[in-house]
Design a protein around this ligand. Sequence first.
Ligand code: 5GP
Length: 139
Amino acid sequence: MSTIFSQIVEGEIPARIVYEDETTIAFLDANPLAPGHTLVIPKEEYERLNDLPEDVAADLYATIHRLVPAVEDAVDADATTVAFNNGEEAGQEVPHVHCHIVPRFDDDGAGPIHGLFGAPEDLPDDELDEIASEIESRA
Ligand code: 5GP
């Protein structure tokens, strides 16, 4: 079964589409966290960022790069929070990669994405070294 976002791509359900090219599409979020909250997706269905082929990832970023200033200008935002909920445990509800572009305003009180977590973890140096090397060896 195709995702709700694939149904938007196919024109089967309505959406306020703000940009479209061969491989990507952007539309307003149906439950906006702020005026202008926009979603950018690859037209092809991939569940997570980890699943994207490089060319699709490049196309997706190009559209994000284009849309961030467009969204900010359109709603006269001071800034934007640009984020992916990448996986169910991270809060992803629609299993079709999507980037949230959420306009931010001086007085919106929402804070940085650091606010999702409590105090930073106090990890010892040897653990940090090991984690860095584990990531480096896979990058
Ligand atoms: P997630 O939690 O998966 O990162 O975010 C999914 C987003 O998709 C939510 O912000 C939700 O409001 C939005 N959304 C869900 N269904 C629809 C829909 O049918 N149309 C549009 N435009 N947005 C949707």
